[in-house]
Design a binder for this molecule. Structure first.
Ligand code: NDP
Length: 315
């Protein structure tokens, strides 16, 4: 029975910038990493068309191409990249203990170290027109895509800190920014609301919800509805930014790893260590603050170095 169980030094779960960077470092440190990509190989960046803010791409690149580059780089040093979903974990709480992992419901793996880089998923409203136009004017990341709407009119949906931050960011680039808030108040911090309110080209529409995104191939406008009067009207815009929150992909680790009250994994001090020895977290799964490809890559590097040092202490 035991011969069916694969034993590895380093398992990486998730294939975004954090996972691939961890893989590059772990492979170069002779840890023979195995990565399971998850269903969305390449992670959130594969839904972004152009990436202009990742250092090293002087002329920009597109999300899928960048993730392919990262994959090739990880494989060049010997990372085994496998398509598959981790479906169950039984993590050890003992220093030097073995972490038992199940992939796709049946394959069993025993790992000395586990790097979790499962990312976070942006929440969307779920309208058909919204889903169809993702990448065609609908985005969930102003820092990634805002630049392409320079001098244009855009709409942001949401009323939390992310929406306020995205709107203020976009206001510096765009002509006009309308924020759709479904209640009659914003839940963003007072400081963020203050910034929103004093920015001249931001207009907050309270009690207002999205009814439809207009446009066939690209966004040409939005139809909104006042949820008190029921009155609908159209706003001509080229960009729609959904900022209604992110959900960290941490269901597998519930009641196993320490998380904050919104489900993000908690890492210790200036490290990627979780509360269990040999288990590390990198990228958006442990970061609701910065959420950038480059910061995710940075913590991926840290996770591999932390894992390498840990292996050194238990050898
Ligand atoms: P939040 O969960 O705080 O807010 C989500 C917002 O989206 C809410 O205002 C909610 O409206 C709205 N919303 C949800 N569903 C819909 C819907 N279907 N239609 C319309 N609106 C909807 O998420 P954030 O991403 O803003 O923030 C997450 C956490 O990260 C918070 O703790 C925040 O403080 C923190 N953060 C901190 C930052 C900073 O300090 N610089 C920057 C960004 C985030 P409603 O209010 O009506 O429920």
């Amino acid at each position: 029975m035991s011969e069916n169980i694969e034993k590895i030094k380093c398992l990486i779960i998730g294939s975004g910038p954090a996972g691939y960077t961890a893989a590059i470092y772990a492979a170069r440190a002779d840890m023979n990493p195995v990565m399971y990509t998850g269903l969305q190989m390449g992670g959130q960046l594969t839904t972004t068309t152009e990436v202009d803010n990742f250092p090293g791409y002087a002329n920009g690149t597109d999300g899928p191409a960048m993730m392919e580059d990262l994959k090739n780089q990880a494989e060049r040093f010997g990372t085994e990249v496998r398509f598959g979903m981790v479906t169950d974990v039984n993590l050890s709480s003992v220093i030097g203990g073995i972490h038992n992992i199940t992939v796709d419901g049946s394959k069993k793996i025993q790992a000395n170290t586990v790097i979790i880089s499962t990312g976070a998923t942006a929440k969307y409203l779920g309208l058909e027109s919204e889903q169809r136009l993702i990448g065609g004017g609908v985005s969930a990341c102003a820092t990634c895509d805002g630049f392409f709407y320079k001098g244009q009119d855009v709409v942001v949906i949401g009323a939390g800190d992310t929406a306020a931050e995205e709107a203020t960011y976009l206001a510096n680039i765009c002509n006009n920014v309308s924020i759709l808030v479904r209640k009659d108040y914003m839940r963003a911090s007072k400081a963020m609301q203050h910034r929103v309110n004093k920015t001249e080209n931001i207009h907050v529409l309270y009690n207002t919800e999205l009814d439809e995104v207009l446009g066939d191939k690209v966004v040409e406008g939005v139809r909104v509805v006042n949820n008190i009067s029921g009155v609908k009207h159209e706003i001509p815009v080229t960009g729609l930014f959904i900022a209604i929150g992110h959900k960290p992909n941490t269901e597998l680790f519930k009641d196993v790893l320490d998380m904050d009250d919104t489900g993000y994994l908690i890492t210790r001090g200036k490290s990627t260590k979780t509360n269990l020895p040999g288990v590390f977290a990198a990228g958006d799964v442990q970061d609701k603050e910065y959420r950038q490809a480059v910061t995710a890559a940075g913590t991926g590097c840290m996770a591999a170095l932390d894992a390498e040092r840990y292996l050194g202490t238990i050898a």
